[in-house]
Design a protein around this ligand. Structure first.
Ligand code: AMP
Length: 406
């Protein structure tokens, strides 16, 4: 097992019968008008939930959903549809607890019975969650005997349910679940035994999220394929015309230096050579393909020559890591590039990992999801793991260095 999980317990090491188990999951599912549009994360959470039920645990499930900021989000980012979907999958009633600190839920939590399942309402409705505040931890940990983290997608965050709750539980009674085990095994293979050619495909909206990854992965990866809005910061750094495309000007200098370093290291960096452009982001009914982006246009997808060159590079790749769509794939006119990457990965027979979030949704929308070696439930977490960063959620599971309770 990976050093990041060394000495941490696995769910199978724990006694769960009659225990009140706090199970932190990543049920941050995409919703449209209250309807779940992709159940990948819910399905990925089921093995651990079912295992706990088989072992006779009393289950307190918890997750965050989106980034609630306004009072209106209390409705739109409620976990209610998720509780319903979980209940249907498990064929069991899943009770949503809106406020664990009020009287009726407290009584329910105190008197939980074997095989009963409750789901706490969106953890991020509490300020304490993202601040790793004690209030939330104290109000929940008193009802909990066992802590299990299976929220890989949130384990790079030092939040209350990820770190505080783990630390408030005796080290003998905290563990990781099946989803985390699975994710780590795949990512370990990528970092410990990379196959070559190894290609990293990076896209999406923000350079700042991913530019550091290129630097950190440079020792392992042979070729970087760049798409999405990210590409336009690189092209602008090369003084190419980018029109009104999204550019992070404060990252241009970094992009320039990075390109120089990749050249010195003999690594390939592929950038778009043609583009699908539109006058507006909101209205993409009129798009055209261009090699040179006009001043008044913004690029919203890669063009057909770029697709051909990226697909040809991916044909011979033995290992690929993909994070971030090549364009605004949510809009049909701007989805070709992203779906072509999914197809190329589906056809190359390599060890191909799709890293979380939008890339996972794009793989599903492309129809090629089942042809990928693995679709990670965590975009940010998998990127940080591959860069060798310690994930706070995994660290918090380990016993303290010198401890009497282990
Ligand atoms: P990220 O979360 O950074 O992976 O970004 C994903 C988002 O990037 C998706 O919602 C895409 O619509 C968006 N995106 C991809 N390409 C572009 C582009 N060229 N311009 C603007 N947004 C883009």
């Amino acid at each position: 097992m990976s050093v990041q999980l060394k000495n941490a317990k696995f769910i199978e090491d724990l006694e769960l019968k009659d225990k009140r188990v706090f199970l932190r999951l990543d049920l941050n599912l995409p919703l449209k008008d209250g309807v779940i549009t992709d159940k990948t994360r819910l399905n990925a959470a089921l093995p651990t939930i079912k295992y706990c039920l088989e072992k006779g645990a009393k289950l307190v499930l918890a997750s965050h959903l989106g980034r609630p900021k306004t009072p209106e989000h209390r409705k739109t980012l409620s976990l209610e549809p998720v509780a319903k979907a979980l209940g249907e999958e498990l064929n069991i009633e899943v009770i949503l607890i809106e406020e664990p600190n009020s009287e009726a839920p407290k009584a329910l939590l105190r008197s939980l019975k074997e095989n009963q399942v409750v789901l706490l309402e969106n953890l991020r409705f509490h300020e304490d969650e993202t601040k790793n505040g004690e209030g939330l931890v104290n109000s929940i940990s008193q009802y909990v005997d066992v802590y299990i983290n299976d929220a890989f997608g949130a384990s790079h965050r030092a939040h209350a349910s990820i770190v505080g709750m783990a630390q408030a539980t005796n080290a003998k009674n905290r563990a990781f679940g099946f989803l985390i085990k699975n994710e780590i095994e795949v990512l370990e293979k990528m970092s410990q035994a990379p196959l070559h050619p190894y290609v990293a495909i990076l896209g999406g909206a923000k350079v700042s999220d991913k530019i550091g990854v290129i630097e950190k992965l440079v020792d392992h990866v042979d070729t970087f394929i760049i798409g999405g809005a990210m590409a336009y910061t690189f092209l602008a750094a090369q003084n190419q015309p980018v029109g009104k495309s999204l550019v992070e000007t404060d990252k241009m200098n970094f992009a320039r230096k990075l390109m120089d370093r990749l050249e010195v290291r003999n690594k390939k960096l592929l950038l778009p050579v043609d583009h699908i452009v539109s006058k507006s982001f909101a209205d993409t009914s009129q798009v055209e393909e261009v090699a040179r982006i006009p001043n008044e246009m913004m690029a919203l997808d890669i063009g057909s020559q770029t697709i051909a060159s990226y697909a040809s590079e991916l044909k011979s790749a033995k290992m690929c890591f993909w994070n971030g769509p090549m364009g605004v794939f949510e809009k049909e006119n701007c989805s070709k590039g992203t779906f072509a990457i999914a197809r190329a990965l589906a056809e190359n027979g390599g060890f191909n990992i799709v890293g979380g979030g939008d890339s996972a949704s794009a793989a599903v929308a492309s129809g090629f999801a089942d042809k990928m070696t693995h679709i990670s439930t965590g975009g940010g977490a998998s990127l940080e793991y591959l860069q060798g960063m310690r994930l706070p959620g995994l660290e918090a599971l380990k016993p303290p260095m010198s401890s009497e309770d282990v």
